[in-house]
Design a protein around this ligand. Structure first.
Ligand SMILES: N[C@@H](CCC(=O)N[C@@H](CS)C(=O)NCC(=O)O)C(=O)O
Length: 213
């Protein structure tokens, strides 16, 4: 099976990179250079007309959206236990990924590019503040779920990689993580995993290459 991941550094395409690594999958990476707007080129728009990463190509068949991509990885590599085995817990895990994709990610986008969400002059700071407040509400709920446990479920699952990305991006965008100690501990714990260390090294190398290009 030929697996290719369309990936941009820093972006949420790191989530399938981490989970493919956790699964021991043989995959290659097709880097998309956002700084050069490669995601808006006719070539990439054929891959994803919505100009987003991640995209996964599986023997040439394309799959979009983190929820679906990470569920596919978990189902294709069951030995890695990337989703819980109990059927309801499995759906709870997919529900968490839906939450991160639709309930957390959009607030990060608003903090990153407020003018894409409201073009009324002088509103950027308000857009960012509202997004930070919504983010804090979401992190407070995640903090309760993570309290007293290492991962969202009984062992590491694909969900944890997705949340790792959310927290990392939030911290990069200046959101406060310290008020959520279990979230902070999960973020630090994730960085001890070999898959995350590998991703961070790959990201640093890719960023260097893109800067030099
Ligand atoms: N719901 C999508 C979100 C994907 C997404 O928004 N990716 C961002 C990077 S984190 C992107 O590619 N942005 C470029 C654009 O929208 O033009 C998923 O979870 O896969």
């Amino acid at each position: 099976m030929k697996i290719e991941l369309f990936y941009a550094p820093v972006a949420c395409s790191m989530v399938p990179y981490i989970n493919l690594t956790e699964a021991g999958a043989d995959f290659s990476v097709r880097t998309v250079n956002f700084r050069k707007s490669q995601h808006m080129t006719p070539e990439y728009l054929k891959i994803n007309p919505l100009h987003k990463v991640p995209m996964l190509s599986i023997d040439g068949r394309l799959l979009a959206e983190n929820v679906a991509i990470n569920t596919w990885i978990a189902r294709t590599f069951p030995a890695a236990r990337l989703l819980p085995s109990d059927p309801l817990d499995e759906l709870q895990a997919i529900s968490h990924m839906g939450w991160f994709g639709s309930g957390i990610h959009p607030h990060l986008s608003r903090i990153n590019s407020p003018s894409k969400f409201c073009d009324v002059p002088g509103t950027e700071e308000s857009v960012k503040k509202l997004a930070r407040d919504f983010l804090a509400e979401n992190f407070a709920v995640a903090n309760e779920r993570l309290h007293g446990r290492d991962y969202f479920f009984d062992h590491y699952t694909a969900v944890d990689a997705y949340f790792f990305w959310c927290v990392r991006r939030a911290a990069q965008l200046g959101a406060a993580i310290d008020p959520h100690p279990a979230v902070k501990a999960h973020f630090e714990r994730m960085q001890q995993r070999d898959s995350v260390k590998k991703l961070l090294a790959f990201e640093a190398k890719t960023l260097e290459e893109l800067t030099a290009a």
